[in-house]
Design a protein around this ligand. Structure first.
Ligand SMILES: [Zn+2]
Length: 53
């Protein structure tokens, strides 16, 4: 059971963070898999590391 929620930009209601579409107004959230966030973090660290050395 997930306790995280996100605000729907369509109806401003809190919906489940894992929902791909709002159950109230049907707004479809853009998909952003977690590995993309991790990839961005890893790339940022790699760039900083190369920049320092
Ligand atoms: Zn909505």
């Amino acid at each position: 059971m997930s306790s995280k929620t996100k605000e729907c930009p369509g109806c401003a209601m809190d919906v489940d963070d894992d929902a791909t579409a709002c159950p109230i107004c049907g707004y479809e959230f853009p998909e952003r898999p977690r590995w993309i966030i991790w990839l961005a973090v890893v790339l940022l660290v790699a760039i900083l590391w190369l920049w320092i050395f």
